[in-house]
Design a protein around this ligand. Structure first.
Ligand SMILES: Cc1cc2nc3c(=O)[nH]c(=O)nc-3n(C[C@H](O)[C@H](O)[C@H](O)COP(=O)(O)O)c2cc1C
Length: 183
């Protein structure tokens, strides 16, 4: 199996989403799921904003298409995904390649891949939270991957900026969830 690991946090070693993507890769490796691991760091190796000319370069699309499992680190920045990650998404949602329109509406063409998103949020956005309506990372990424035929899985760490204790306990809980991913 080929695993594509995408990180987009600007927080280097202190990144909660990176801690989770690293741990997910370790788990998948331990379960012998990762014969080949391709890593793409969208912070250290950023992709420019989309332009019309950029459509000619299909290397990121091909890298995505070649992966069996895609592990994505997605921090919440200003209620949405980092622009670094958005630029990558702009390269993989391509009509005729990962989706097409039929008489019955759009159809995803990227079926069969496993996508695991490690989502880190500073506050709380779950059902019933006062800020729930500002959650545009999980909902957005679910929409994006559903559109191309994939039901993504999420490991969520939240409340990481509330206090060091909250960060530690949220991370601990998320790491337990990661252990179940390769089961
Ligand atoms: C530029 C920036 C914007 C942020 N915006 C939000 C936000 O809108 N809501 C929130 O809950 N946390 C926000 N945070 C906190 C991050 O979601 C939190 O620190 C999380 O751990 C980021 O993931 P990372 O550690 O992998 O970078 C923001 C952090 C940064 C650096």
């Amino acid at each position: 199996m080929t695993i594509l690991k995408i990180d987009s946090s600007i927080n280097g070693q202190n990144s909660a989403s990176r801690a989770l993507t690293d741990s997910i890769i370790k788990q998948l490796n331990a379960a012998n799921w990762g014969e080949q691991i391709v890593t793409r760091d969208l912070f250290t190796d950023p992709i420019p904003h989309l332009t019309l000319d950029a459509f000619a370069d299909t290397s990121l699309l091909e890298e995505f298409q070649a992966a069996d499992i895609v592990v994505i680190g997605a921090p919440m920045y200003n209620f949405s995904v980092p622009s670094q990650l958005k630029a990558w998404i702009d390269r993989i949602l391509i009509a005729g390649k990962t989706f097409h329109y039929t008489a019955n509406g759009p159809e995803g063409l990227a079926k069969g891949k496993r996508v695991i998103v490690a989502l880190a949020r500073g506050g709380f956005y779950g059902d019933g939270a006062p800020a729930a309506s500002l959650e545009h990372v999980e909902t957005y990424l679910r929409g994006v991957f559903n559109f191309i035929g994939i039901e993504p899985e999420f490991v969520i760490v939240e409340g990481v900026n509330v206090s060091p204790e909250q960060r530690e306990s949220s991370l601990k809980q998320a790491l337990v969830e990661v252990e179940l991913l390769a089961a």
